[in-house]
Every structure is written in structure tokens, then in C-alpha cells.
Design a protein around this ligand. Structure first.
Ligand SMILES: C[S@@+](CC[C@H](N)C(=O)[O-])C[C@H]1O[C@@H](n2cnc3c(N)ncnc32)[C@H](O)[C@@H]1O
Length: 322
């Protein structure tokens, strides 16, 4: 697979974002996109196979079951852009269905170089599919993909795995609106959304028995140690997921087990943490199936079809750009 690599000063941006998040008044925060270095991307792959985390399996069941139907609904010919593809394992079903219809370009867009490499290993054997990866932020990558569009070709954008849930609701609609602006009428967006479920099931999904999700969360501090020369003592932090009922989300935090000071030289920062104080690292918003129709409309799409997994409530939504 050819890959367009990240051209920016990534360490400088990482340091600036860490500094910004950890000097906020009130709740300290770190952006969840920094979970995904080589270690984080590998840990996410493991999470997606854990018995407690039914989300990825539900997404994959829907894609496997409905791939031909989804492809039949697309105005062809199409090129496919996947935002935050991860390993692309579930995408195989769609690409195989598309490959049976036409030769197709598949453009995974990822900030994680190792996820892009996994994606190539996973999907490069599929007939009639050419892969060109973009090591980019979502919208920067999508803009570049759109620039490769051939006359008469439609784009199918994939945003799977309920990654949209990492945005709060208004930011999610804004992000979808930005995607819509890059698209043309009758292009499509396949959007995976995890549906709300009982509290116990949600908490288990983000706090598995093996402690893989805890390691994934703590790796963010380990990454700051590795890349920004910081001295976070991982043993002094606990993985702390919690339900935010009002936002209908699961939040992941890292709770400081004691009063402590951490040095982050590359961010020119000394952070004081109180015992019990948390750093908020991720939100995963959960949806009601019916609210997706309004979200789609607000962002300039119509929801053409919705498929729901009954085993693990999850909706795959085919949105068409109006
Ligand atoms: C929750 S994982 C989902 C992976 C895969 N789509 C799935 O459904 O299993 C999110 C993926 O998006 C990537 N990612 C996160 N933030 C990103 C950003 N701002 N731009 C591009 N990729 C991003 C991560 O590297 C990660 O592979």
C-alpha cells in the first residue's frame, strides 16, 4: 500500500495539546486521539475482541449481513474513504461486495501509522481493490481523497465503530456537517453508532476483567513519558470509567491515587494533581436509533436506511448527501 505520511510537526502539536488540556481550569483533559500510537493501536485491536466489548462484533455482523444491500444502494462508480480505519478488519465485507461490482479505490485515513500498516496487511488480498492510505487527521485526509475524485465518481465515506461517539452531540453534528461540505450531492456516508444500553453492560465494556482497557487508558500517560520526556508514575493512576447520564455517554478518566507533581519538559509544564483528581481522556456517546435521522438532517444528509443489531444494540446508518 502507498501511504501519504503526516507532514506536520507532530511532537510540537502533541506537546501543545497536552499543555492546553492539563492547564485547563477545573477538569483536566487529554484529547483521545493521542491514545493511538503503536502501543495504543495494538491495544485497541485487543479491546475489539474482548467478550465485554460487543460493539465491534455488532458492527461487523451488520456489515457482513448487509454488505451487498449497502452496495446496491450506492450510485456507482464509487471510491471509498474510511475515517479512522483502524485495522480495517470489518471493512473487508464491504470492499469484497464492491470489488464484485467494479475495480475500487479504498483510502483509509488514519493518524496512526501502525493502524494503516495493519489495514494494509488485513485488506490487500481483496480482488479488484486498490489501497492508498493517508496518514492524516480525518478532514485533512478526506479533502485529499476528494481531490483524487474522477469525473462521475461518487464517494462513500465510512465512519464506523461509533467513533462519532467521541464527539459530544453538537460537535458530532458539526463534524458531520464538515464532512458534508467536502462531499457532493448523492455521495454517501456509512455511519456506525452504538446504541444506549444498561449501565452495567456499558461499564463492563469500558472496564474489562483483563484490564486491557485500563492499559489502553494508561498508555496515554506512558506515551507522554516516551515522547515528551515526562515522569508520570503509572502506578499512581487508576483507570476510572463512569457513566454520564445527562450526556448519555461513558467517560474514561485517569484518577490520581495521591497528591503528586508531574514534570513534562517537552511541554514546559509542571502539573499538580490532588488525590482523587481525574484527567478526562475520552467520551463515548451512546445514541437512540431514532435520533440519528435528525442528526443526519442537521448535518445536510438524509438517513436512507438503518440496520440494527439485536444482539448488541448498534445501528449502521446509510446517509446520503442532499
Ligand atoms: C475507536 S478506533 C476505531 C477503529 C475502527 N474504525 C473500528 O471501528 O474498529 C478510532 C480510530 O481512529 C483513529 N483516529 C482517532 N482520531 C483521529 C483523527 N483525528 N484523525 C484520523 N484518525 C484518527 C485512531 O487511530 C483509531 O484507529
Amino acid at each position: 500500500m502507498l501511504v501519504h505520511a503526516i507532514p506536520t510537526n507532530a511532537t510540537y502539536e502533541f506537546a501543545a495539546d497536552v499543555r492546553d488540556g492539563l492547564t485547563r481550569r477545573g477538569q483536566k483533559e487529554l484529547p483521545s486521539k493521542y491514545f493511538y500510537d503503536d502501543v495504543g493501536s495494538a491495544l485497541f485491536e485487543v479491546i475489539s475482541r474482548l467478550p465485554e466489548y460487543g460493539l465491534t462484533r455488532a458492527d461487523e455482523r451488520l456489515l457482513r449481513r448487509h454488505a451487498d444491500e449497502i452496495v446496491d444502494r450506492l450510485a456507482g462508480p464509487v471510491a471509498v474513504a474510511e475515517l479512522g480505519s483502524g485495522s480495517g478488519r470489518k471493512t473487508r465485507w464491504l470492499l469484497e461486495a464492491l470489488g464484485r461490482r467494479q475495480r475500487t479505490f479504498y483510502y483509509p485515513v488514519e493518524i496512526s501509522r501502525s493502524a494503516l500498516a495493519m489495514c494494509e496487511r488485513e485488506l490487500s488480498d481483496i480482488d479488484a481493490i486498490s489501497i492508498l492510505g493517508f496518514e492524516r487527521e480525518y478532514l485533512d485526509g478526506l479533502l485529499e481523497v476528494a481531490a483524487c475524485r474522477k469525473p462521475g465518481q461518487h464517494l462513500l465515506v465510512l465512519f464506523l465503530g461509533s467513533t462519532i461517539g467521541n464527539f459530544d452531540r453538537p460537535a458530532g453534528v458539526k463534524f458531520l456537517t464538515e464532512i458534508r461540505r467536502i462531499l457532493e450531492s448523492d455521495d454517501s456516508l456509512l455511519l456506525g453508532t452504538d446504541l444506549d444500553k444498561p449501565r452495567v453492560q456499558l461499564l463492563r465494556a469500558y472496564d474489562d476483567e483483563l484490564g486491557v482497557t485500563a492499559a489502553f487508558n494508561l498508555n496515554l500517560l506512558a506515551r507522554i513519558n516516551r515522547e515528551l520526556d515526562a515522569n508520570f508514575d503509572l502506578g499512581q493512576f487508576a483507570h476510572a470509567p463512569k457513566i454520564n447520564r445527562e450526556a448519555r455517554s461513558v467517560e474514561m478518566h485517569l484518577r490520581s491515587k495521591c497528591r503528586q507533581t508531574v514534570n513534562i519538559p517537552a511541554a514546559e509544564l509542571k502539573v499538580e494533581l490532588l488525590e482523587g483528581e481525574t484527567i478526562w481522556t475520552e467520551s463515548s456517546h451512546k445514541y437512540l436509533a431514532e435520533e440519528i435521522f435528525q442528526i443526519a438532517r442537521d448535518a445536510g444528509f438524509r438517513c436512507e436506511e438503518q440496520w440494527i443489531d439485536q444482539q448488541w444494540p448498534f445501528a449502521e446508518n446509510l446517509l446520503i448527501a442532499e
